[in-house]
Design a protein around this ligand. Structure first.
Ligand SMILES: [Fe+2]
Length: 382
């Protein structure tokens, strides 16, 4: 290779340095702009969030009349918690067509015109039933997901691995942080072998708890990101988890399949002193309310979780009398399980002192069928 005179070498180095600097500045700018629009969008908005709707499990090729009831309640935001379509394919053209079918649902179009939609995914819209990190098309599927939810082409979410995202909405003193986790992109394989209990104890699924310390629900980057999010100031925090968080006995998909990861999330909320956390989840084709009491295995305050599923595919379990019924073991459940078509709703009354939260499941007509009511002051870290 021919040698360059030293001044030319210097000029070349300076040129390379300048280019590098330009590139760094560009990425820094992308990070700052992306970070603002991604994590802090609407943080300066004057209107506090009073009505938040959420739901999961929507078959794209079947009617979805539930959107009319959701729109009637005038939610300020809708959170899609996963299984937003049943993709279940390795063919990205097929996956896109299935997203298009959801986009063409008249009710969903009406919702999109009435409020912003935030989203994460679960196994079926990720690409395959009960799939995790091993799903080979996850990069392509992520781009299709982001296309569907109108995430700009230059957003940082296009370059990160996984679809996790967060927003803080509302004025100072009434900020709601919505954290949506990605439980698919990094999730380790599920362990089979759950031992069913005695008849009458309740239904249990097929997965055993994996106590291997390397087994993951979230990847390292997402854990780090989540810690940073939980340290940001907000009065109320809604963590969206596509599959259930609290249940650790039923052996179907849940954080309970990975007890160490479940414990880690509780510890992270405790260690970051994040107040005001509630959980919402989907996936199960059933709805229920849960509560983890404060104490050694939980937080410093009660942790409420609402599971809402499905938007248009109700469970097929019936008694002879035609009642939907399943006795599933779940020590954290409060009240009954609801099996018909439903969506979740969170009402925050900021005018009450202290503010009052109603965490609800509503039926297809929009009426509340399950509710946990508590004060924001009940959810405080010491
Ligand atoms: Fe699912």
């Amino acid at each position: 290779m021919a040698m360059l005179p030293s001044n030319q070498v210097g000029a070349r180095v300076t040129e390379v340095g300048r280019r590098l600097q330009l590139r760094l500045t560009f990425f820094l700018l992308l990070f700052v702009i992306g970070g603002i629009s991604w994590s802090y969008a609407d943080s300066a908005a004057e209107q506090p969030l009073r009505r938040i709707a959420f739901g999961s499990c929507a078959k794209q090729d079947q009617p979805q009349p539930i959107w009319d009831s959701i729109v009637d309640l005038k939610p300020q935001i809708f959170v899609f918690l996963g299984d937003n379509i049943y993709g279940d394919t390795n063919d990205m053209a097929v996956l896109k067509k299935k997203w298009d079918l959801l986009g063409a649902q008249p009710g969903y179009q009406k919702l999109k015109q009435s409020c912003p939609v935030l989203a994460t995914w679960d196994d079926h819209d990720f690409g395959a039933n009960d799939a995790g990190a091993e799903y080979p098309w996850k990069r392509d599927s992520q781009q299709l997901f982001l296309d569907f939810f109108d995430v700009p082409k230059d957003s940082l979410r296009r370059y990160q691995e996984g679809v996790y995202n967060s927003q803080i909405i509302g004025p100072l003193g009434q900020r709601v942080q919505i954290i949506l986790l990605d439980l698919r992109y990094f999730r380790s394989p599920l362990k089979l072998g759950f031992q069913p209990g005695e008849p009458g104890e309740g239904f249990r699924g097929k997965y055993a708890a994996d106590l291997d310390p390397s087994a993951r629900v979230l990847g390292d980057a997402q854990w780090k990101w989540l810690e940073e999010q939980l340290k940001l100031p907000a009065e109320l925090r809604i963590i969206g988890s596509s599959f259930q968080f609290l249940p650790d006995e039923h052996g179907s998909e849940a954080w309970g399949n990975f007890p160490l990861e479940r414990k880690r999330l509780l510890k992270l909320i405790r260690d970051t002193k994040a107040s005001g956390v509630i959980m919402i989840s989907g996936d199960r084709h059933l709805s229920e309310m849960m509560r983890l009491a404060p104490g050694a295995t939980g937080l410093d305050y009660p942790l409420f979780e609402a599971t809402s599923s499905s938007l248009n595919v109700p469970s097929g379990n019936f008694t002879k009398a035609g009642i939907r019924f399943m006795n599933e073991v779940n020590s954290y459940r409060v009240g009954l399980t609801y099996f018909d078509t439903n969506f979740g709703f969170i009402e925050v009354d900021w005018t009450a002192n202290p503010p009052v939260i109603r965490l609800q499941v509503r039926d297809e007509k929009g009426g509340p069928v399950l509710q946990q009511k508590f004060k924001l002051s009940d959810l405080q870290s010491p």
